[in-house]
Write a protein of this length. Structure first.
Length: 433
């Protein structure tokens, strides 16, 4: 299957068929092996969450909250939203289920569907899938480095080409506040050259100016003050330790002082993996540290009691998400292995009695732990044998009125057996392989 076949032309939504599903299963298996091997547990959150969760957690000034969420009224006057991202729901679950009482950090991973109302393009859909990992309860720089290394390993496993890691720090506390004020002063001084969208965000989220595609804004931002120059000693030391650990792990990176990410909750470490194979929209996955998010969102309870607010302790966090469609579009994953079947049950001649015996043999084979299929399309015996060959069947049982022929599809031999002895013969033959 070609790369283009893995990710079809953008239509907003898409169907996952045949070999596409097989490739996705490979990705899920690799993610499970890498992440659970590092102590991450699988978590799944509801598709529908309280809208307030994202307004508080993701940020009211973000494109996600302002433009991209699919929200609805639940009939009781409460606003619900199809989850546009995974971190805020996991923070809610962390608080709601008392995970702060467990040994920290609590490490969780997910592979789920998400929804955003945005322009569809190759590898980006309004319903899309992400694999992600979150570690809550520790501010150790090693958590940041481990998180980045794990995503790097997954991208390598899936053969993603031309991978580059961009890395930066957004600082925290006073250093972030001081920089924000300095950047706002700079943007106001050049307001006439900025896009309307950036001008509207100077007060709410001036850092997003670095993400603008507007030519005038990009020119202005080339000389804008850089946040790394305003980091406190503590934040600078944290960032230095993250970089040092990445070097220990031999994960190459480049420091990008313009990297801010698209969500308001990030603090300190932020990162993004890109692929040269994806063109202008090169992002594959990324994330960062979000110390302060858990207590900020004050987790709303799950249905039917949306709106009940749960107090949460101060909890540092670190995580990332990567687009499944983007990974497959940029990658060369291993081929999907054909799973041969042990037994194909064919009909010697059409008829109710033969079908009844064949169906009983099929059920017996599966009960014995064999992988088995049965003729269901009315093919001729020659057509059935051809189909069994396509399936990679090891044996074919040709069920007749009084007995059954068992054909060895590898050795070429065939013997006549009583139907109730066929499964024993197949099991005996498989043991000799």
């Amino acid at each position: 299957m070609s790369r283009e076949e893995r990710i079809k032309a953008p239509r907003g939504t898409f169907d996952v068929l045949g070999e596409q599903a097989g490739v996705r299963s490979i990705l899920e298996g690799r993610a499970r092996s890498i992440l659970e091997g590092a102590g991450y547990e699988r978590i799944e959150t509801p598709v529908l969450e309280a809208t307030e969760l994202f307004a508080r957690g993701v940020g009211s000034s973000t494109d996600i909250v302002q433009k991209e969420m699919f929200s609805l009224d639940d009939g009781g006057g409460r606003s619900l939203t199809l989850r546009p991202e995974g971190t805020a729901p996991i923070c809610r679950a962390y608080v709601e289920h008392g995970m702060h009482k467990r040994k920290q950090p609590v490490k969780l991973w997910y592979l789920s569907s998400f929804f955003r109302h945005e322009r569809a393009q190759a590898g980006r859909y309004r319903q899309f899938w992400q694999v992600g990992a979150e570690a809550l309860g520790s501010e150790d720089p090693a958590v940041d480095a481990e998180s980045i290394v794990l995503l790097s390993a997954l991208l390598e496993e899936m053969g993603v080409r031309g991978v580059r890691l961009r890395l930066s720090s957004l600082g925290s506390g006073e250093s972030r506040s001081e920089y924000r004020e300095r950047l706002q002063v700079y943007l106001r001084a050049h307001e006439a050259s900025l896009s309307e969208e950036v001008r509207g965000r100077i007060e709410l989220n001036p850092l997003r100016a670095f993400d603008s595609d507007h030519e005038g804004t990009k020119r202005i931002m080339e000389n804008a003050p850089r946040l790394l120059d305003f980091l406190s000693l503590e934040d600078a030391e944290h960032f230095a330790q993250v970089r040092d650990l990445l070097e220990v792990a031999k994960v190459p990176y480049e420091v990008d002082q313009t990297l801010v990410r698209g969500l308001d909750y990030y603090t300190r470490t932020v990162f993004e993996f890109t692929s040269d194979a994806l063109g202008a929209q090169s992002g594959v996955g990324g994330g960062g540290r979000y110390d302060g998010l858990v207590e900020k969102i004050k987790s709303p309870a799950t249905p039917p009691t949306f709106g009940t607010m749960i107090k949460s302790p101060p909890t540092p966090g670190m995580g990332w998400a990567a687009g499944i469609e983007r990974i497959l579009l940029a990658g060369d994953p291993p081929p999907v292995a054909v799973s041969p079947i042990d037994l194909f049950v064919a009909l010697d001649t059409p008829g109710t009695s033969s079908r009844r015996a064949a169906f009983g043999l099929l059920a017996e084979a599966r009960s014995a732990g064999l992988t088995a299929q049965m003729e269901l399309a009315g093919r001729s015996l020659k057509g059935q044998l051809g189909y069994a060959n396509v399936l990679g069947a090891r044996y074919v049982a040709i069920v007749g009125k009084d007995e059954t022929g068992l054909k060895d599809m590898q050795g070429g031999g065939q013997e006549r057996l009583a139907t109730d002895t066929v499964i024993h013969a197949v099991l005996r033959g498989l043991r000799t392989l």
